[in-house]
Design a protein around this ligand. Structure first.
Ligand SMILES: Cc1cc2nc3c(=O)[nH]c(=O)nc-3n(C[C@H](O)[C@H](O)[C@H](O)COP(=O)(O)OP(=O)(O)OC[C@H]3O[C@@H](n4cnc5c(N)ncnc54)[C@H](O)[C@@H]3O)c2cc1C
Length: 396
């Protein structure tokens, strides 16, 4: 059995036993078909669920693995090496359960229900993104109408809902304008068996096709009081829920793209070691100085990324107080990870050559998948605005 750097970094931790090479081989073998057929990876999810993957963040006393963010990020990178879209889809479930675990570790049990339900097999999706809402978590174009008993009725459109075919709990938020002078953002969970939501089945993208992130219409979905987890003022918030979502989301997104970069380097090495060059008298390309430089350049970039994901994840686990630097660090990590993965894949494509342009090529698929990195929040522009605000103060 081969070991990755992530395994070596955490001897005795979960990656090897939870995601052994045989399972990863099966996932890798199916990834191309899901991509070609624009299909949800049901078989992957079934196998991962059987291994307890949906309960990675769930405390052991609730029946889960009780892992922290560093171990889950290591697993997600390993999973993404084999099946990036499967890893990205499952990320959304892990964001909610991870956020609940982050809150719990800080003495806040307001999302414990998420952990208990994940232990019971519920699948959580992330219904946050909305058309034309570049304020992401700080405002919403979905309406949240207050009902007499503490419940809310949500109406609006959520875009890019990964896990659409399988979620049983959808985390959503909307804006309550009941008091026009004090608009509020209402966060809660819709259940699949209730009325008031529909999936448009419209996911047809150039990459990350297996995430099946269809548009979701909320058509008056009523969220009972016990499923409302926060009511916060519109605008940036220091609420732990917002920190929890951000911290887990940005770190696990970075972990997925780290996995893609690792696989791209492996494919470049494989190609360089087997492809011969007529110009070099039939020698393998691994003896060509330019190819050697390209492979090394990709590996150097990846090597720099490895500890960045691990360090931020460990800081979340050990409750390091970065204060106002937390958000710049998190958006910086996500931006560097997705951009580095893109440039690593580019180098690998140059090494592998035209074969990677075939639609059936694994590297060709990675080339398409890696492009999705720039669209996840925080976008590159928004990340730069966050860091600039920290260094230069807010815009007037
Ligand atoms: C593979 C993948 C999976 C994702 N999974 C999730 C997920 O599970 N949950 C989640 O919450 N987010 C998810 N995201 C969403 C992501 O985080 C971004 O929100 C998304 O990429 C949209 O980014 P944008 O602001 O650039 O989109 P935009 O380009 O601004 O908008 C996207 C869509 O909205 C339409 N639109 C834009 N502005 C308007 C407007 N004013 N009025 C009407 N329509 C408009 C556009 O035509 C387009 O179809 C995922 C993204 C990717 C790439």
């Amino acid at each position: 059995m081969t070991t990755t750097r992530a395994d070596q970094a955490r001897p005795g931790s979960a990656p090897e036993t939870l995601l052994d090479d045989e399972l990863l081989g099966r996932l890798r073998g199916r990834a191309g078909g899901y991509d070609r057929d624009n299909a949800f990876p049901h078989e992957d999810l079934d196998e991962l669920r059987d291994r307890g993957y949906l309960a990675l963040f769930v405390p052991t006393e609730y029946g889960g693995a009780g892992l922290g963010l560093a171990d889950v990020a290591a697993l997600q990178s390993r999973l993404a090496e084999a099946a990036p879209a499967t890893a990205l889809a499952i990320n959304m479930h892990l964001v909610w359960t991870g956020c609940a675990a982050v809150l719990r570790a800080r003495g806040d049990d307001s999302l414990d229900r998420v952990l208990r339900e994940a232990a019971d097999g519920e699948v959580f999706a992330f219904g946050v993104s909305e058309p034309g809402n570049d304020l992401v978590l700080f405002d919403s174009v979905t309406s949240a109408e207050s009902l007499p008993d503490g419940a809310y009725r949500l109406t609006g459109t959520k875009i890019f809902t990964s896990l659409s075919p399988v979620w049983t709990r959808l985390g959503v938020f909307g804006r309550d304008d009941g008091d026009p002078d004090a608009p509020m953002l209402v966060h809660g969970f819709v259940t699949r068996d209730q009325p008031g939501h529909e999936s448009l089945g419209d996911w047809d993208t150039i990459g990350m096709r297996a995430t099946q992130s269809h548009t979701t219409r909320l058509t008056g979905a009523e969220v009972p009081a016990e499923r409302i987890v926060r009511v916060l003022p519109v605008g940036p918030s220091a609420d732990p829920l917002v920190f929890g979502i951000f911290a887990v989301f940005e770190t696990l997104i970075a972990a997925v793209y780290r996995g893609i970069a690792r696989r791209a380097v492996a494919l470049a090495v494989e190609a360089a070691s087997t492809k011969t060059s007529r110009r070099s008298g039939g020698a393998v390309q691994a003896l060509d100085p330019i190819v050697r430089w390209r492979v090394a350049d990709a590996a150097i970039a990846l090597d720099g990324l490895e500890p960045q994901v691990d360090t931020i994840a460990r800081d979340v686990d050990t409750i390091v107080d970065h204060g106002a630097d937390w958000f710049p660090r998190l958006v910086g990590l996500k931006t560097r990870a997705t951009e580095t993965a893109r440039s690593v894949v580019e180098q690998a494509v140059t090494v592998v050559g035209g074969a990677s342009y075939r639609s059936s090529s694994e590297l060709g698929r990675l080339q398409r998948d890696v492009l999705a990195g720039r669209f996840h929040p925080s976008s590159t522009d928004s990340a730069h605005a966050t860091v600039a605000a920290r260094l230069l103060g807010p815009m007037p």
